[in-house]
Design a protein around this ligand. Structure first.
Ligand SMILES: [Ca+2]
Ligand SMILES: [Ca+2]
Ligand SMILES: [Ca+2]
Length: 279
């Protein structure tokens, strides 16, 4: 007898095969997209890191004033918080042409970056504290004048940065759309195995303590899982601030900065130290 139609079994086999192929394709596409997002985020982080590193390398050669003043000047160059920009605005001596050396900020001696922040802060919209570290690092990298500019043409508006909280100040974002976070003095930064990244306490480098700024993405899960504030429960203080003995590793309130608050949430993060983490 001549066969004219598929049997039910044959049809079911065909449908099952098509479904299997579709699901395999979906997995492959999703995996490719995830890998593409990781790469895109790594590129953004490495561009930011390039600017920060080149600026950071200029500091050890600067000397001549007390360590806390040097630290405060670095913090004013690369403010990790709006509080620090406000502190700079409030504590710059705009009147005295020949102030004592203990004065932290003198109008005539402000760096180009510091002048930019003061004028931006005075003339711009009032920033909300949310994403303050993200907004400040954006301001520093894009408008601080370090290394000329962060390959501005290579950063894509609405892709590498956006104003997530709508306060008029942009943040760098990762490929999942979450702001890139920033800690200037990551005293408690840990490697994935839980050991300290910086040997801050034993360093004799009183200027930087051998520390470098930490930039990180929350990764695919959107959870940062990193300690951003004081461990004593004081709310509202993110990062070390200019009036908070910044960068002093002996200041025990801040020794957890940069350490995981949740190892699970931090596990998929992408950071500017990933290559060193893997060593
Ligand atoms: Ca904000
Ligand atoms: Ca914003
Ligand atoms: Ca994460």
């Amino acid at each position: 007898m001549k066969r004219t139609a598929f049997t039910l079994i044959e049809l079911l086999v065909v449908v099952a095969t098509i479904l299997l192929l579709m699901s395999l394709t979906a997995v492959a596409v999703s995996s490719a997209r995830s890998s593409q997002r990781r790469n895109q985020t790594r590129v953004t982080i490495s561009k930011i890191n390039e600017v920060l590193s080149s600026q950071w390398r200029t500091y050890p050669s600067q000397s001549g004033s007390p360590a806390f003043i040097r630290r405060n000047r670095i913090t004013a160059d690369l403010p990790p918080n709006w509080k620090d920009v406000a502190y700079l605005v409030a504590n710059t001596d705009f009147k005295n042409p020949n102030p004592p050396s203990q004065i932290e900020f003198v109008a005539d001696r402000l760096t180009r970056a510091q002048k930019t922040y003061i004028s931006s802060y005075r003339n711009g919209p009032t920033p909300t504290p949310e994403f303050g570290d993200d907004e400040c690092i954006f301001l520093a990298v894009m408008y601080g004048g370090f290394a000329g500019c962060l390959d501005c043409a290579g950063l894509r508006v609405n892709k590498d940065f956006k104003d997530t909280d709508g306060d008029g100040w942009n943040e760098f974002v990762d490929a999942w759309g979450n702001p890139l976070s920033f800690i200037l003095w990551p005293v408690g930064l840990q490697k994935p195995d839980g050991t300290n990244f910086f040997n801050a306490a034993s360093s004799t480098d009183t200027l930087t303590f051998g520390m470098r700024p930490f930039v990180f993405s929350a990764g695919p899960d959107g959870q940062y899982g990193i300690e951003m504030g004081q461990s004593n429960g004081s709310p509202g203080i993110e990062n070390l601030s200019l009036d908070g003995n910044c960068g002093n590793p002996n200041y025990s309130l801040y020794t957890t900065l940069g350490s995981p608050s949740s190892a699970r949430d931090a596990a998929d993060n992408l950071t500017n130290f990933d290559a060193e983490f893997r060593r």
